[in-house]
Design a binder for this molecule. Structure first.
Ligand SMILES: [Zn+2]
Length: 277
């Protein structure tokens, strides 16, 4: 258990981790602290909003569940808006076994028990990721990456491991969010924590065009003598690799031969049928 990060420390940690942050007016004093404790802190909870344009809802909440409904709202474009500091109505109650796994930073997060004696809102930071949660609505890379950075920033500031991160669905049977796998999410948080906060992994494929014209690309690809020759080819023994440019005419030639044979067979069958009917 740890005291909560101050609002300034939380903000600084997020920015140092490369999260693009906006501050909703009044977020530093927007909380449910008059309804119960906040802290000590044990971990972070990942949510999806199950709706669109939900920033206002996260701030205000609903008649039976007043806001803030999280500490941070994350837009599709990856903008993290701070909407609360203090106790927030995001987690509700948690199963003891799920909470204990986070407290122990266990590598496995068990299916939550039915009974929920733990006050999740007291012990967890929460982020609401804007997504319909239907399994079809995508999480753009810039949004998912910002969620990973958000979770990693808080873990780093508290010196927690990625096993202090759970999905809402891992704390209680009542919930299904988020709609992505938390195992992979924790792996991604873990990878960030292996690096410094300023780590900026580049794109895995070069984003600049090749310095070649179309003919050069064509010749390099179609003219490259590197594809294993077909074992049925007469020259297989002496010519083990072919160009793609050789494969295509070979396929078309064989297809033409096959078509002629099928046509001949069909003709024979038709003639036979005519004789017997
Ligand atoms: Zn949730």
């Amino acid at each position: 258990m740890a005291p909560p990060l101050t609002a300034d420390a939380l903000l600084a940690a997020l920015k140092a981790e490369g999260v693009r942050v906006a501050e909703h007016s009044g977020w530093r004093t927007h909380n449910r602290n008059h309804k119960g404790p906040w802290g000590g802190m044990n971990g972070v909870v990942i949510h999806h909003t199950a709706g669109a344009n939900s920033l206002g809802l996260c701030w205000t909440g609903m008649a039976d569940l007043p806001g803030p409904l999280c500490h941070t709202h994350l837009s599709k474009a990856g903008l993290a808006t701070m909407v609360g500091y203090g106790r927030a109505n995001h987690a509700g109650t948690f199963a003891q076994n799920a909470h204990t796994a986070v407290v122990n930073e266990s590598a496995t997060h068990p299916r939550p028990d039915n009974a929920e004696p733990v006050d999740g809102n007291a012990h967890y930071y929460g982020i609401e990721i804007e997504n319909l949660g239907n399994g079809h609505d995508p999480y753009p890379a810039v949004q998912y990456g910002a969620a990973v950075r958000w979770a990693a920033a808080i873990c780093r500031a508290h010196r927690w491991s990625a096993n202090s991160v759970i999905g809402h669905k891992e704390g209680t049977r009542r919930k299904i969010d988020p709609s992505f796998g938390m195992g992979q999410f924790r792996k991604d948080v873990h990878e960030r924590l292996e690096h410094s906060a300023s780590w900026n992994p580049g794109p895995t494929t070069p984003d600049e065009g090749l310095d070649m014209d179309a003919k050069a690309v064509h010749d390099a690809v179609w003219g490259r003598d590197a594809i294993p020759s077909p074992t049925s080819a007469a020259t297989h023994g002496t010519n083990p690799t072919w160009k793609a440019a050789s494969y295509l005419p070979e396929i078309i030639d064989r297809l033409a031969t096959l078509t002629a044979k099928v046509d001949a067979l069909t003709k024979k069958l038709d003639e036979k049928e005519a004789r017997t009917s």
